[in-house]
Design a protein. Structure first.
Length: 329
């Protein structure tokens, strides 16, 4: 894990706890009430915020929050991204993982235990990490288009309240039966190829041809059936799809799995252990600051585990945009 440098040490006097009613399974919700009790017993002003309208009213027109205010995001990765997008840049944010995957919280080793969150409020140093923006919407971990986004879309259409990993079984089976794996076209600016000096066009049938794009060019095009752009090296079920993504380098890491079929997906999945998929001739990796995905078909995309719409999507990196309070040791 790449640990961000300490930006500053803050003395927190006021805590806002933002909660997501639909995040995760609902387990551990008592920790939120426990945190409120602990904060008030410790002399901190503590406010619970349950919706975006209330958050917007509290933030108002401020360009930044006071340095003595910390905002706890009690929810999953989607909740954190939504919260970070609503707060002014530089606001001190603390994840309190209550979601299904909690990718960012697991990566930086945050706990949902109230005592641990209070310790971070009191002793956590501020650190800055990159974020990304996709069609105007902030993300912290990744944005993907293709089969996995279709699964997320199906879950979005049927979701009722709290979910867990087993909740994805029916949407997954639906996608296996129905998804056609259309080709996705990607265009990158300020880009460099990581795995090859060529971009690849591939269709569901598996035919491919080189476009001749060089890793030294500023603009690169590539096409394939699975597109993923990572800010952090995290994915559901701890799958190491792009293990070298770095949330502090001012770049997004794009990986293109070119072949489109359920069988191809299983082959990619089986080659993940040991990073063998990164050595496959049909896997291409790039780093870029700005990415555009388009398709002639109706292809869904997802942001940090939440369905976000259909292509096209314009993606850009926002270096050092989010401030986290580092977990107290």
């Amino acid at each position: 894990m790449t640990v961000p440098a300490v930006d500053s040490k803050r003395t927190i006097r006021e805590v806002w706890i933002f909660t997501s009613p639909k995040a995760g399974t609902g387990a551990g919700r008592g920790e939120i009430l426990r945190l409120i009790e602990l904060c008030r017993a410790d002399g901190l002003t503590c406010r619970r915020i349950d919706n975006l309208a209330e958050l917007a009213e509290r933030v108002g027109e401020a360009d930044r929050l006071p340095d003595d205010v910390a905002v706890v995001g009690a929810g999953g990765d989607g909740t954190l991204a939504l919260l970070a997008g609503q707060l002014p840049p530089g606001s001190a944010l603390i994840p309190m993982p209550m979601g299904t995957e909690n990718l960012l919280a697991r990566y930086y080793k945050y706990s949902r235990q109230a005592e641990a969150v209070l310790a971070t409020i009191r002793r956590g140093a501020a650190m800055k990490i990159d974020a990304g923006r996709a069609n105007g919407r902030l993300f912290l971990v990744m944005v993907t288009a293709g089969f996995d986004a279709e699964v997320v879309r199906a879950m979005h259409l049927t979701r009722r309240g709290h979910i867990n990993r087993f909740s994805y079984a029916r949407p997954l089976w639906r996608a296996i039966r129905r998804y056609a794996f259309p080709v996705i076209d990607a265009e990158m600016e300020n880009a460099a190829a990581v795995s090859s000096e060529k971009a690849v066009i591939a269709g569901s049938g598996g035919d491919k041809s080189s476009t001749g794009a060089s890793s030294t060019t500023q603009s690169i095009r590539t096409s394939g059936c699975w597109m993923m752009a990572f800010n952090l090296p995290c994915y559901a079920a701890s799958l190491p799809i792009e293990p070298e993504a770095n949330g502090n380098d001012g770049k997004l890491d794009l990986i293109n799995l070119t072949y489109g079929s359920v069988i191809a997906g299983l082959r990619y999945l089986m080659s993940l252990p040991g990073g063998r998929h990164l050595r496959r001739s049909d896997v291409f990796r790039f780093q870029s600051t700005k990415i555009t995905w388009t398709s002639l078909s109706r292809v869904p995309y997802q942001i940090d585990g939440d369905y976000a719409g259909r292509l096209p999507v314009q993606i850009e990196v926002l270096p050092g945009y989010v401030t986290l309070l580092r977990p107290a040791e």
